[in-house]
Design a protein around this ligand. Sequence first.
Ligand code: MOS
Length: 747
Amino acid sequence: MTGFEAITLNGPVGKSIVRRSGHEKVTGTATFTAEWPVNGLLHAVAVPSNVARGKVKSVDTSVAESMPGVRLVLTQKNLPKFTRVKTMNESKQSTNYPSHLFPAAEDEVFFAGQYMAAVVAESFEDARDAALAVKIDYEVGEHVTDIDVSPADERPDDLFGSPAVITKGDAEKQFEAAKVKIDSEYPTFGNHHNPIEAHATIAEWSEKEGKPFLTVYETSQGLAISQKTYAQLFDLSPNQVRVVCKFIGGAFGSKGGMWPQAVLACLCAKAVGAPVKIEVTRGQMYGGTGHRTPMRQRVQIGATPEGKITSIIHSGVASVAVKDVYDEAFTMPTRIMYQTESLRLDQKRCRLNSQIPTFMRAPAETPGMFAIESAIDELAYELKIDPIELRRLNEPEKDLLERKPFSGRLLLDCLKRGGETFGWQAGHQIPRQKKDGNWLLGHGVAAATYPAFFFPTQAKLTWNADGRVLISCCSQEMGTGTATVQSQLVADLLGIPFHRVSMDLGDTDLPPGGISGGSATTGSLGGALLESIKDLKLKLIELLPVNSPMRKADANRVAIRNGKLTMNGGTIDIEDLLTETHKRSVTGSGKFAPAKDGEYAAHSFGAQFVEVAVDEKLGLLRLRRMLGCFACGTILNARTGRSQFIGGMIMGVGHAMQEATHWDHRYGRITNDNLAEYHVPVNADIPDIEILWIDTPDFNASPIGAKGIGEIGITGVAAAIANAVFNATGRRVRGLPITPASLMATA
Ligand code: MOS
């Protein structure tokens, strides 16, 4: 891959256009998964295990079965047949077909919350009441839920395609020899997913052309992948499965893989012979639908007194489940952040009796950047160098391992522009310099980064005789504004007004898109649409009379401009062409697939700035202001783009200051499995946030110059806050979330 041909975008792209689904959402006309009206719908509620390890001795369903409205109690005895498959959130090393996904499929319990049975009833309330009456007796086994107790004696063989141990030079030796050293540990709590919309599935079995047909309404970030997984689970071909999801009320990675309620709804529907809905309760999400693992990271950095880094060692442990494996690759961002002669990345894992961990907004970079960006701040302080200057001194030209040049880096530009706007005073940052009453004031900076991912995507573009243009792709609308920004892109490329373009998504009957994860949708779908436009142009040319100059010419000389076919100044109106040829519409299709081994290291970068106030007597931490400056290539829509960055930064505030899953390790159960006790930021926690970006397209990475912005906003935030806390108080907080206890002046 030598990059992509630059395209010129000077129409609706970049404009601050209101997100289309916003109106549907606030007026209540948007249909979310649990809201689909399905005739004869029954309701299922799962019966989760209340022990963290054990074996089922007996299941007594007699009381539950006799309760009002109950149609079926699903247990191992009447479980319909299915094939165990792996889903996309498990690593290659999850070989023994996991327990996390298959309800009632085995006697063994691997974590509290594992679905052991389910009740299907005429109403949700009936199902919930009866689920409580299913009595399961366990032979209780030994469990481990504490990362500090479970032995970290394994290494993943594969971290997103890379080994768990990566070495360059002799990092230990160089670290020992270094004149200036930082050696710090960064322990973080686990975090649980809490999108506003809980996970839900409606499954309906029917027949089509004499064969079984499964329709599933599901909260999913990847419908096309779900369709394949359902087909494998139930020995169907993918065209016997349709998955629909028009709107998602927050996902952040938690709806990337498949979860047990999805399988359970299909099993219940099959067993009971009627459509079945399962809405996961908030409490059941803590055992059911994924989390970011707790981590124990250590960063060692060796440097010269002038501030040149000579060695970086980033190591640590993240947990996986007992049988199921998802590895949080926290060492990943360290490969690309700072120039160093010697590097060692070393990740271990331990096993806990928990549900399998999963993607959570910028997995890898969110925890990894907390550690590395805190350590860099520690080093800057040690060296008495400005932390931005330290980053400038160690800016790499290529990524450290593959030696590829960056597709477009601009980290220093982000730090510079962000710093100027924030009012960063360069120099050695001495703590405890500013006060406001009882509040100690401090400021902090950290870098942000996220890879530019792309997934195979197909799309169609239909030009109707009435002038409306329709984009079709089975992508997902997660609240990010996919339909809006892709319509802007197409309107811009075709030279027609934005209001004439719309998008149909969220249905596997449409051309398959990728997972809406890894911040990959915008660039990947944009790439497929560029190809669709080329195909559409060919289809339109074919409608021209055989002797017309445009038909006879090389198609590359013909373009679509201002909504017309154009060549050498001559134009043909497309609607006229369709009318004259009696066509109601013409459709072009296209696909985009990322190159396997690109020539560039493709990542986005950014800079986070934070001002905090700390009351040491009360242990209070307040944010006074935040500023993020990002370089993610072309931003397709200023309004939705800004909203994505802000959303990421707010989630970073949760990561830094609030979110923590607490366990009672005696019982192996989560104690704060609700939104009253699992804290996420609210409006009152969030200060003014200023968003800037460097508006430079990156055609080395992306066919449309845009690199995706869903995840970078969260990265670096926790480090910027912790660094600001140090600047305010002189106290280095290395654990997340930052608690009042860690801020209170002792003695
Ligand atoms: Mo994101 S954690 O890739 O949905």
